[in-house]
Design a protein around this ligand. Structure first.
Ligand code: NAD
Length: 385
């Protein structure tokens, strides 16, 4: 069993039962779980919210994203797209979605005739992101697409082009860029609290288990996942190195190690260590792994101080520690519902005709770098980007 899943499930249970809020009320703000914005969200006129169609009703959609809509001010679920009619019907009843707004993958394109849907949110395996983004754009809908954006740079570009041609927004769901602890880390770095930043380490890993978790079945298939731990988890390290520095890497090196006798790694990689060199001279050393226990952390090293987020990119319960020669402190930062913040950002961009903070181009940048990292690992040579 993967302990990451069990703690996620526990939190999911707490939230679903409302116990999270009750516990927070009893235990005080230090123990507060981030689900207390419901009242504010409910005060907002539900009919004025933008309608989202959820495409792919799997683990992440059901356990994290769909429950987050209750905390949204500008977004609500109005349609579901699934290959499983029973599951869709059950979830439609649970979320108050009209049964006539249930689609399958064959009749998905007819969503163009449904004015209740403004945004299509794609939560499918990575290898299907491009197809459904392009179909959604052709249906005249804005698109929010899960990370990583797609299997190849070419697919990413086609997604960008399709949305541009249709005059629709495209946003990639980089939730950490809407999460309060990460935003606080960026703000402190930009204010110069750490002094000049010199280096970053970032590690993301968990045990992939296709025999125990349905959601891991496609993750070990190259066609559906695009790659292994780098595509799925290393992308958090990579994206963090970019948003923490505010720079784009110019050079990458990498080493990969996968046990060829392990059936999980027949098509996708297990571990990758990669180094990024940024124009200012900052070095980032990042790792991703599918064969070690859950880790989602980074540390930023400045000339005056260092800043740790561990966990940095979890769903809840982040922790920041800042240290220097005089000691360490743990700043008090309010947890927020990053999923609701991300969904509301997408809706606000549509409502106010703004470009999303994490547009298709942001997803493409990561995929381009991921391809450079794979090339560096394959050739053993530095790759300029
Ligand atoms: P999952 O397997 O639980 O969900 C995928 C869904 O797609 C399932 O409902 C499945 O039935 C459906 N599907 C449709 N066609 C399919 C096909 N041909 N093969 C396999 N499944 C098919 O996976 P998940 O963990 O929910 O991941 C879904 C997406 O969400 C991925 O893009 C993943 O990278 C992303 N994700 C993002 C985060 C995050 O924190 N942002 C976390 C987990 C997953």
């Amino acid at each position: 069993m993967n302990p990451t899943y069990s703690s996620d499930s526990r939190r999911h249970f707490l939230r679903q039962t409302g116990l999270g809020v009750a516990l927070a009320a009893v235990a005080g703000p230090a123990a507060a779980l981030p689900f207390t914005e419901t009242t504010a969200a409910m005060q907002y006129d539900d009919q004025k919210k933008l309608g989202f169609a959820i495409v792919g009703l799997g683990k992440f959609a059901q356990e994290q994203m769909m429950p987050a809509f209750k905390d949204c001010k500008y977004a609500r679920i109005t349609a579901l797209v699934s290959g499983s009619p029973d599951k869709a019907k059950k979830l439609a009843a649970e979320y108050g979605v009209d049964a006539k707004n249930i689609y399958n993958y064959r009749n998905f394109d007819s969503i163009k005739d449904n004015p209740a849907v403004d945004v299509v949110y794609i939560v499918l395996p990575v290898g299907l992101h491009a197809e459904y983004t392009i179909r959604a754009a052709k249906a005249g809908k804005h698109v929010l697409c899960e990370k990583p954006m797609a299997n190849t740079e070419k697919d990413c570009q086609q997604m960008i082009d399709a949305c541009q041609k249709a005059g629709k927004k495209l946003m990639i769901a980089y939730r950490a860029q809407y999460e309060p602890f990460n935003l606080e880390a960026i703000a402190r770095i930009r204010k110069g609290e750490l002094g000049k930043v010199m280096q970053i380490t970032a590690d993301h890993g968990r045990i992939v288990d296709p025999t125990g978790d349905q959601a891991d079945t496609w993750r070990v298939q190259k066609k559906l996942a695009g790659g292994g731990s780098l595509m799925d988890l290393g992308i958090y390290s990579l994206n963090a190195a970019r948003y923490l520095t505010g720079e784009e890497p110019v050079e990458v090196t990498a080493l990969e190690m996968s046990d060829q006798a392990d059936p999980r790694f027949k098509e996708v990689e297990d571990r990758i260590h990669f180094t990024l060199r940024f124009p200012s001279g900052i070095l980032a050393t990042c790792t991703s792994s599918y064969s070690t226990e859950g880790v989602k952390r980074y540390r930023v090293f400045g000339q005056k101080a260092w800043l740790d987020l561990d966990p940095a990119t979890d769903y809840y319960e982040h922790k920041m520690v800042i240290g220097d020669k005089d000691g360490q402190q743990q700043p008090k930062i309010k947890e927020g519902n990053q999923f609701a913040a991300e969904l509301d950002h997408m809706a606000e961009c549509v409502l106010q005709n703004k470009t999303p903070k994490t547009p298709g181009e942001e997803g493409l940048k990561d995929i381009r770098l991921i391809m450079a990292i794979y090339e560096a690992a394959r050739t053993g040579k530095k790759v300029k980007v």
